[in-house]
Design a protein around this ligand. Sequence first.
Ligand SMILES: [Zn+2]
Length: 89
Amino acid sequence: MKSRKRKANGLYEHPCAYCHGWVQCKVKEREAIRVTKADYVILENVPIGICDTCNARYYHASVLTRAEKVHEKGRRKVQVPVGPYDEAG
Ligand SMILES: [Zn+2]
């Protein structure tokens, strides 16, 4: 199966779902990835797919899994505001 002229690009080797373009793999230094309706995590040096025509972004399942793990880990950090009891004012 070597009918396609363009060479495979790793995780992303498919035509765009939104247009007739082709999805290119790009390694982003930092990419915000949505993991829930309200939450994003930033992944570093993450390979994402970007359509060369309409710039639609694609995230591979392994990227999303990684993002969810980072999100899960982050949630375990308890962040409670701390202040002195007898502060004036
Ligand atoms: Zn496209």
